[in-house]
Design a protein around this ligand. Structure first.
Ligand SMILES: NC(=O)c1ccc[n+]([C@@H]2O[C@H](COP(=O)([O-])OP(=O)(O)OC[C@H]3O[C@@H](n4cnc5c(N)ncnc54)[C@H](O)[C@@H]3O)[C@@H](O)[C@H]2O)c1
Length: 268
């Protein structure tokens, strides 16, 4: 990636939805110094975001860094190629990395650098440090979301309808982060991020609760191992544009982008 201080870093944003559109707007406003958005890539019309909407290949010709805000399929289809072109890649759809073959290919690819945003969760720094000191023996996350955001194409009509009318909290899924991100690809990136950070998607025990009263999306994390014991709880307001996504995520992406281009601020 070009790094000269007097040449702006050119960012291409893949996905012009709730996260991507906010990221483009913030970059146009100058929220990340020296990073300019040059294109958005999306198969659907995204309206006037202030940058051209291009096909991926044309956009990559102009990119120093790509910011993925689109979904797991983009990582599977394009991550390795982007990195091999020497373009840095920042991703939000961390669940894609639960596929061990894809994760290995992405880790091996370069010379572009590959980064995951922390997205909707925090506390990853201490968990990463703890896992480095000694293996974690227990990692659990209980995620509570609005039921209608959890309806999936693979559900039968009965189960999908139940989620639409449920009046009490109900457990929708219990299993590993690997399985969770396969079944709920747009809803459990937090579980995937925990799996990546602790180095084991199968160690992370995920409980997903649908709660019609969940005005905030909640993630309760418990972890323990050789380094100590950790408990934290995060409650995020859903994005007004997409209730599956927390409103804080575009800001996490911008923070990650600042770190990626060499201008981290504050705690890293
Ligand atoms: N890491 C986290 O904490 C976290 C949190 C929320 C969402 N996410 C991820 O971010 C993604 C985007 O979230 P969002 O709320 O902006 O979703 P969204 O549905 O509002 O927008 C997604 C956009 O991507 C576009 N898209 C789909 N396939 C594409 C492709 N192949 N190439 C280019 N664009 C494509 C869609 O047309 C849509 O405009 C989610 O799918 C999820 O994987 C991560």
């Amino acid at each position: 990636m070009r790094t000269t201080a007097d040449t702006p870093i050119r960012a291409v944003v893949i996905g012009g939805g709730a996260i991507g559109a906010s990221v483009v707007t913030a970059l146009l406003r100058g929220d990340v110094p020296d990073v300019v958005p040059v294109a958005v890539v999306d198969p659907q019309p995204v309206g006037d975001l202030g940058v051209p909407q291009l096909r991926l290949e044309a956009a990559l010709d102009q990119a120093d860094v790509v910011v993925e805000c689109a979904g797991q399929a983009v990582i599977a289809q394009s991550a390795v190629g982007i990195l091999e072109r020497g373009i840095d890649l920042l991703i939000t759809s961390v669940g894609a990395l639960a596929d061990p073959d894809l994760a290995a290919a992405v880790r091996a690819a370069g010379p572009g650098r590959f980064l995951l945003t922390a997205g909707a969760i925090g506390g990853l720094d201490i968990l990463s440090s703890a896992a480095a000191q000694g293996p974690l023996t227990r990692v659990e996350v209980t995620t509570t979301k609005l039921p209608t955001t959890l309806v999936q194409p693979w559900m039968d009509d009965h189960d999908a309808d139940l989620l639409r009318v449920v009046t009490e909290p109900v457990e929708v899924f219990r299993g590993t982060a690997r399985e969770a991100t396969r079944l709920f690809p747009r809803s459990l990136n937090v579980a995937a991020t925990l799996g990546w950070v602790v180095g084991d998607f199968d160690l992370v025990d995920v409980r997903l609760v649908a709660d019609p009263a969940a005005e905030l999306t909640c993630h309760r994390v418990v972890a323990e191992g050789a380094a100590g014991r950790y408990r934290f709880e995060i409650e995020n307001l859903p994005s007004p544009q997409n209730p599956r996504t927390s409103g804080v995520v575009p800001h996490a992406v911008l923070r990650s982008l600042a770190a990626l281009v060499g201008r981290p601020s504050g705690v890293v």
